[in-house]
Design a protein around this ligand. Structure first.
Ligand code: NAD
Ligand code: UD1
Length: 339
């Protein structure tokens, strides 16, 4: 019986790129997704790009019976757990929904994994667990805090998984703390497809460039940074996907739990991103300076050496790759997967 890697939330932005990476590396893949923030079209395109099929199962991670059916029917060797809601603003309006989906969903998933003795887990955590870090670059040992229900849900899940490993040391868990994922597969066939008005910078820039939105609002130019705008560690989603492959290989030969930053170690400002996007792609990105967005921090970038030491992973893509690949996806799919 062949074994599978189960991707919860496999149809989403990072899940679909990781599915492609794993298929190309020879793994069998099952995606388990309720399509609350994605469409099945992403997985069809992943199959075309890989020249291989995957199994796509529609289901909710809070549905213990549905998960049990999957684990009963297929031999799962490890789980990569992307499924979750991720909009910060929405999480402050719907906290119960976020805690139920993200935290309860993860507890249910772990229960089922435990029942079937599947104890290898890669979890999608976030740099948001560092809150407003006092020192950059941010190390994995930096104190954790959260200021909104989305961030709180990631932090709670990290604590739950740490307790699980304390109680049952035969689990192998990687908490991957992503910095700011951007970009798309270089084919332009799969990419980030936000619903409605994008919250994040890169999809907003590309929707302005394609003419769907009039101009970008730059949230604050009075931060203590080189040009006054916020600085982040943008990481190409293909590099990020590859980090999951490396994490799975690492979990093959290790027990316990490790938190690992996935970032480049380099910070770029909002204006760096706007300028790179318009120069590399030869397209205008009109913007205006607007007030700071509540809850934003000035500077955030990773100390990424733990990922290199432990996983043998580092980023390879450049800022030019990030803006070029984002634009190729946006241009070819002006309305995302509905194009
Ligand atoms: P996404 O919304 O594109 O993908 C998440 C997927 O999970 C979607 O396909 C959605 O339909 C599915 N899903 C949500 N709740 C589910 C449930 N209860 N049952 C089954 N499926 C469910 O988001 P993404 O950008 O690909 O993010 C993946 C993960 O990485 C999330 O957990 C997110 O919090 C985390 N993360 C994302 C970023 C980012 O900027 N994109 C940064 C840090 C961490
Ligand atoms: C946001 C989330 C964070 C999450 C991360 C990755 C908030 C407050 N934080 O972080 O929890 O982990 O996404 O998904 O939402 N910007 C503009 N104009 C825009 C959009 C963004 O100027 O229209 C600026 C922001 O002020 C920031 C930078 O661009 O300086 C990046 O913003 P964004 O892409 O939203 O990511 P984060 O704020 O880092």
């Amino acid at each position: 019986m062949s074994s599978y890697i189960l991707l919860t939330g496999g149809a989403g932005y990072i899940g679909s790129h990781t599915a492609l990476c794993l298929l190309r590396a020879g793994y069998n893949v099952i995606s388990f997704d309720n399509f609350s923030n994605s469409s099945a079209e992403s997985l069809k395109r992943v199959e075309q790009l890989a020249g291989r099929t995957l199994l796509s199962i529609t289901g909710d991670i809070r549905d213990q019976a549905a998960l049990t059916a999957v684990f009963s029917q297929y031999k799962i060797s490890a789980v990569v757990h992307f499924a979750g809601l991720k909009a910060v603003g929405e999480s402050t309006e719907l906290p119960l929904h976020y805690y139920d989906n993200n935290v309860s969903g993860t507890v249910t998933l772990c229960r089922v994994m435990r029942h079937f003795n599947v104890k290898k887990l890669v979890f999608s955590s976030s740099a948001t667990v560092y809150g407003d870090a006092k020192e950059v670059p941010i190390k994995e040992t930096s104190p954790r805090s959260a200021t909104n229900p989305y961030g709180q849900s990631k932090l709670m899940i990290e604590l739950i998984l740490e307790d699980l490993v304390k109680a049952e040391p035969d689990w192998s868990i990687a908490l991957l703390r992503y910095f700011n994922p951007v970009g798309a597969d270089e084919s332009g066939q799969i990419g980030e497809d936000p619903n409605g008005i994008p919250n994040n910078l890169m999809p907003f820039i590309s929707q302005v460039a394609v003419g769907k939105r009039q101009q970008l609002s730059v949230f604050g130019n009075d931060y203590p940074t080189k040009d006054g705008t916020g600085v982040r560690d943008y990481i190409h989603v293909v590099d990020l996907a590859n980090g999951h492959l490396k994490a799975l290989q690492y979990l093959e030969q290790s027990k316990g739990i490790e938190a690992i930053n996935l970032g480049t170690g380099v910070g770029y400002s909002v204006l760096d991103m706007v300028n790179a996007f318009s120069e590399v792609n030869q397209v205008a990105v009109p913007y205006q300076i607007a007030p700071r967005r509540p809850g934003d921090i000035a500077v955030c970038y990773a100390e990424p050496t733990k990922a290199l030491t432990l996983l043998g992973w580092k980023t390879e893509k450049t800022l030019d790759d990030m803006v070029r690949d984002t634009w190729r996806w946006q241009k070819h799919n002006p309305n995302g997967y509905r194009s």
